[in-house]
Design a protein around this ligand. Sequence first.
Ligand SMILES: C[S@@+](CC[C@H](N)C(=O)[O-])C[C@H]1O[C@@H](n2cnc3c(N)ncnc32)[C@H](O)[C@@H]1O
Length: 334
Amino acid sequence: MFDIWNRRYTGSKYKLSSWISELIAENCNGSSFCDIFAGTGIVSYTMLDKMKKIYINDFLYSNEVIYKAFFDAAPYDKKLISEYCSRFQSLSTDNIDENYISINFGGKFFSHTDAKLIGYIREVIESDKDKLSEKEFAILLASLLYSADKSANTVGHYDAYIKGHDIPDTFRFDLINPYKTKKSQIAISREDSNEFARKLKCDIVYIDPPYNSRQYSRFYHVLENITCWRKPELHGVALKPDPENMSDYCRNKAKIVFKELIDSLDCKYIVVSYNNTYESKSSSSKNKMTLEDIEAALSARGEVQRFETSHIFFNAGKTDFNDHKELIFIVKVK
Ligand SMILES: C[S@@+](CC[C@H](N)C(=O)[O-])C[C@H]1O[C@@H](n2cnc3c(N)ncnc32)[C@H](O)[C@@H]1O
């Protein structure tokens, strides 16, 4: 069974999550928490037994379905889910026709056999949608995303696949492990962060945006494609669809939208994650915002406390790790 952290995700705070949640416990007071760029959702996970209300937001479709699967308090039929699981685990590709995933991604992002299975299972989940509750649909689809990601022929994201070798068949459908949450504890949304922030009222807001030009919707396009299942035409070597959900945080206006976000928050505490990749030699991992930009925006809202630790993080081998630091800023809003 997959736990929420059993996936590869650029910028995941999994390894830092206890540090972050301890800092929040020591320095903030409140019963509602918002994870506005939630990514894997691991930081929200650490808040489950601490907060009465948790808002989880990210603009990716695949992340939204994953949050519903793990966190939504709706009941679901465990027996039905395990029947689907057994059926998906015992499939043989002998009788499975070519499908959207095998035609586009077979021999590239997945082995041809694995791609056939993934495409077939996704089709079954879609055609059975009317027989499944929203929670059951989310559990099956999130389980497929985690299983597919585990067998993907990549370094952890889908900007490229690994070339020049035979891809082994490793796909095995396995289930995610949904968490027990309280009714009305969790609010899941898929909105642009700044639009969402304007409507939010919450005690503690955690902010972990992308800080460089790498667009998450392009990095995770295969998972987005499997989730939406619109079967779009794909382009280029990495077989990406037309762009969608392109973030201003990955563009030169990042510091403007960041300040707008901070200014619009109606909350008691603002908690911000930042890492100092701006020293990086690779231009795509150069930060779009400096420490000074962040500190200036935050100090307009109250006194800023700064905490730091070192952390080995995602890169393509081009970054000098020696001075890499992860920072947390906590602002008690005036
Ligand atoms: C650094 S990651 C967050 C990682 C997360 N804290 C974790 O531990 O997994 C940034 C996230 O922000 C999302 N994102 C980027 N721009 C966004 C926007 N304008 N609105 C909403 N989400 C956005 C991306 O999809 C990505 O998941």
